[in-house]
Design a protein around this ligand. Structure first.
Ligand code: SF4
Length: 391
């Protein structure tokens, strides 16, 4: 657990609750869920469902479709290949419409947990892939393309059973590491955003409930969306939510459809009080003119508004931007201003990955210098924010 040593940590103004999640609804009135309100519908207003027959027949599939009474359902043989849906053709207006109005239901056949060792000990088989948001640097579309709406996997019982077996097979964690001092950490949201998935199904809730009963493990997911419905899920400290943060100026340019940075920061205390561990992903760090000043402003903002109880348990991951030539070319077609900051050949080097993609990252010396500078900014403006890992 980190030491609260900085600025207002030991007695500054307490952050007001953003959502009043703990207020009980008046007698006889059900608490209205965020997912049924207009803000949620701006993110997801599903009118078209493509579903594998087995997904449609499953209890989770039926539950999801029952919540979408007006949606047209089309059966597809495979969630991976829906030619009318996936790909990079078109422009952002079309992608956003697809991401808002289309949902895919599939069955995850390969249930495998992979070792990670950086952010998490393990990457669990995710309950979804694809995303309703549209960040310009996102690596999630690499296989289905940008017009890549959420695919929900409906065999959630099998996913949960697999994870439970895997956790039990590990036994207790005996050596602390950068992921966590005591618990085995499982990333449950590698290929999407669990907070947005929870607008439309209970997969996120089911995984959080499962980890509640696994005292040697912890779920973890990064998010760029504040979904107050997650506050009711009672994770009892066994789920770590990592709010992704970047300077507001970068976020406005690069983080399309996400919750504003100030809202993600303002939600931290509510999530902690609701039983989550709350960490921050400082990511991606994009090097451009003025980046040091803007990161200093962001860290100062965190120091000013986060209450001591959030600071005492917070930790951060720092992830420098990784880009990709194919993504660069797609982005030039719809968001060239993003590429003015993402694509910086003078300071980036390319490396061909195993699957043939040309990935681009900051040159080693540039990266090391920038990480050193960012750690200095942290020490100055948010010394309570322990860095779990920097990459
Ligand atoms: S929120 Fe995450 S998964 Fe969704 S588009 Fe942005 S980076 Fe990708």
């Amino acid at each position: 657990m980190g030491q609260a040593t900085g600025g207002s940590a030991a007695g500054g103004p307490e952050q007001q609750a953003l959502f009043g999640w703990s207020e009980t609804a008046p007698a006889g009135e059900a608490r209205r869920l965020f997912r049924d309100g207009p803000e949620a519908r701006r993110m997801l207003d599903v009118r078209e469902v493509y579903a594998e027959p087995a997904a449609l027949d499953s209890p989770r599939g039926q539950q999801i479709v029952a919540r979408l009474p007006g949606a047209r359902v089309t059966e597809v043989p495979n969630h991976w290949r829906i030619p009318s849906l996936h790909g990079n053709d078109g422009n952002v207006a079309r992608w956003v419409r697809t991401k808002t109005e289309t949902l895919v239901l599939g069955v995850k056949h390969t249930l495998a947990t992979r070792p990670n060792g950086r952010s998490a000990d393990w990457i669990a088989p995710g309950p979804s892939n694809g995303c309703a948001m549209a960040c310009a640097y996102c690596y999630v579309p690499r296989r289905k393309g940008y017009a890549n709406p959420i695919t929900l996997f409906t065999n959630i019982e099998a996913i949960v059973a697999h994870v439970r077996r895997h956790v039990r097979a590990q036994g207790p964690k005996t050596e602390p590491n950068q992921c966590d001092p005591e618990a085995w950490v499982y990333d449950i949201g590698e290929n999407g955003d669990c907070s947005v998935d929870a607008l439309i199904c209970d997969n996120t809730a089911d995984l959080i409930a499962a980890f509640r009963g696994l005292p040697t493990a912890k779920a973890s997911f990064a998010t760029k969306f504040v979904n107050p419905d997650l506050l009711t899920l009672d994770p009892r400290g066994r789920t770590r939510v990592r709010f992704s943060l970047m300077p507001v100026e970068d976020s406005r340019l690069l983080d399309l459809r996400t919750s504003p940075i100030a809202e993600r920061v303002a939600a931290a205390a509510d999530f902690l009080d609701a039983g989550y561990e709350v960490h921050f992903n400082l990511s991606p760090v994009v090097l451009r003119e003025g980046w040091q000043r803007d990161w200093a402003d962001l860290l100062t903002h965190l120091d000013d508004v986060l209450p001591a109880r959030v600071k005492e348990q917070a930790a951060a991951e720092i992830i420098m931007l990784t880009h990709n030539q194919a993504l660069h070319e797609v982005n030039l077609g719809w968001h060239p201003r993003a590429e003015e900051v993402l694509w910086q050949p003078a300071v980036q080097e390319a490396k061909r990955s195993q699957n043939g993609d040309l990935n681009v990252r900051y040159a080693r010396d540039v990266k090391q210098r920038s990480l050193t500078r960012l750690r200095q900014l942290l020490a100055t403006h948010a010394p309570w924010l322990r860095v779990r890992y920097a990459f």
